[in-house]
Design a protein around this ligand. Sequence first.
Ligand code: NAP
Length: 302
Amino acid sequence: MSDSNFDVIVIGAGITGLTAAKHAVQQGLSTANIEALLFGGLVININELDGKPHGSGTDLASNLMMEVGELGAANLSETVTALARDGNFLTATTDAGTHRARAVIIASGAKLKRLGIPGEAEFEHRGVSQCADCDGPMYKDEDVVVAGGGDSALQEALVLANFCKRVHLVHRGAKFRARQHLIDAVSARNNIYPVWNTVAEEVLGAQMVTKVRLRNAGDGKTTEIPCSGFFAYIGLEPNCEFAPAEIQRDANGCLMTDNSLQTAMAGVFAAGAVRAGYGGLLTHAVAEGDLAAKAVTAQFGG
Ligand code: NAP
């Protein structure tokens, strides 16, 4: 068990957390960056970033991670289980000990939601995936189903279209909510087939996925699409189970802050995908990490 004191603890080493840790340590603050899983967050699933900087998500995250380490932040591979106030300090309890700090930046990001339909969990890694870049090559010349109508679904459908024979893009609405350039790119691909007003109801197969049952939201009719892969991109849910109830949440469970990213708990800030009102683009992740570190520095009179 380890116990240590810092000026600031940043929870999460995705792009927001790494950016916050980098700026905090550059301001001369002793900084710990705690991450439960792999550093980099959701961006490491992206082989080719959409816009600038160019390159892969892994390159971006590993360069930042290296910078943060070289600047002197403590990178801790631990899971934060609770956050509480203890006099003038905040304590982050982890699976390895307790860390104290004068300020905490919650940048623990979000995970991809699941549909929760029959077969989705059962066929995980046997045809059900949520990483098109990682698993796309396994579906070369085969058919897959992608569920969702936002940026993630369209972006990942475009990745899969590079490998697959057909990508059936199943959306519960009659119009995608994704950004226009993604809608245009999808329209330009002759192997992506939108399936409107339809939801995926069950993933079926034997050893591996063989088909997905769909239900039309209008007439209730069901159809089955033969396919080898199923990818759901239906939005994100925040990773903030450890945050105390006094930090208010919005209807999606995201942490609410004021304009300086301060939560209702004194000294605790939230930034990036865990925060209510987060814009969702990589540029927002960086900007919020930067802003949170500046807000902490200002709190310390810097
Ligand atoms: P999202 O914008 O919340 O879209 C979720 C999609 O899934 C919507 O089309 C929604 O349908 C559908 N959906 C939700 N629940 C469903 C259910 N139970 N059954 C069937 N369909 C369901 O999520 P996202 O696409 O993951 O994007 C999340 C954030 O990340 C956004 O801010 C986005 O801009 C950002 N993002 C950015 C990039 C990039 O910068 N390149 C890439 C990916 C994501 P309705 O439309 O009917 O509500």
